[in-house]
Design a binder for this molecule. Structure first.
Ligand SMILES: [Fe+2]
Length: 264
């Protein structure tokens, strides 16, 4: 197989990144590159070739010119500090984080409690890493650092998004008709999650995320992290080693966000 040397070096993060790699890692990376190249050649020969050179559900830190759906802007990836905090991730990996900031701002202005405000602030940050099943991924990402109620609410907000609740003024999002089609029926696991959450004592915590979510897509909204710094301080257990360095069950997820250019 002919290897395009330039694209292989670029795929590994450039010549500087390669210098820091061991020869075993480099050999592994070469093998991965060849397998991928082979797969792409096979796809190219099939008739079903997509226009987009990446999967739709890829996290926005992996798409250099933005996420492809307009939610996040272009990614300028700055190095993380040695012991990164949640605020560092907001500044350097989740930015501009406009949607979650708008969502949390609405929760704050409408007098919701601090756990709900924090849940709104964190409910979609995992979209930087992964989009499918983002409620589950998003809850997992923060689970060791927040109350059970906050991660529970984030896990179930995804399923609740598909089901209206007129008691709090939540309607099925028009955007979903465009994304999924008018006749879309949520997958069985989403329906099951909704049924479970609907009858749970914390239902309203997840439901309020969806309520604020609905009003948090204003392209002209001016948002700031300032009102949330103290709330994070009170409700997010920041590990002293830094997120990604604390050997928690989810540390690898934060490390991947910190270093999405690593080849392995
Ligand atoms: Fe969401």
């Amino acid at each position: 197989m002919n290897i395009d040397r330039r694209s292989f070096i670029a795929a590994l993060g450039g010549a500087v990144a390669i210098e820091t790699m061991s020869s075993e890692a480099l050999a592994d990376a070469l093998e991965h590159h060849m397998i991928e190249h082979l797969d792409q050649t096979a796809i190219g020969q099939s008739s079903e070739r997509t226009q987009r050179p990446y999967r739709r559900g890829i996290g926005s830190v992996f798409v250099l010119s933005g996420s492809g759906d307009g939610v996040f802007g272009a990614n300028k990836l700055e190095p993380m500090p040695p012991n990164p905090t949640l605020l560092d991730f907001f500044n350097l990996r989740f930015a501009p984080a406009n949607h979650v900031l708008q969502s949390a701002t609405r929760a704050l202005k409408t007098g919701m409690n601090e756990e709900t405000i924090l849940a709104c602030l964190l409910h979609d940050v995992v979209l930087s890493l992964m989009k499918p099943d983002h409620g589950w991924w998003g809850a997992q990402l923060i689970e060791p650092y927040v109350s059970e109620r906050v991660s529970w609410a984030i896990r179930y907000h995804q399923a609740l998004r598909f089901y209206p609740d007129t008691s709090v003024g939540y309607e099925y999002p028009e955007m979903y008709n465009r994304l999924f089609g008018k006749d879309y029926v949520p997958a069985p696991h989403v329906k099951a999650a909704y049924t479970y959450a609907r009858n749970h004592k914390w239902y309203m915590n997840a439901r309020l995320i969806t309520v604020n979510d609905l009003y948090a897509f204003d392209p002209n909204a001016k948002v700031s992290m300032d009102p949330f710094v103290d709330i994070i301080g009170r409700h997010f257990k920041q590990p002293k080693e830094g997120l990604g360095n604390d050997n928690s069950p989810v540390a690898h997820m934060w490390r991947t966000l910190a270093n999405p250019d690593l080849p392995l």
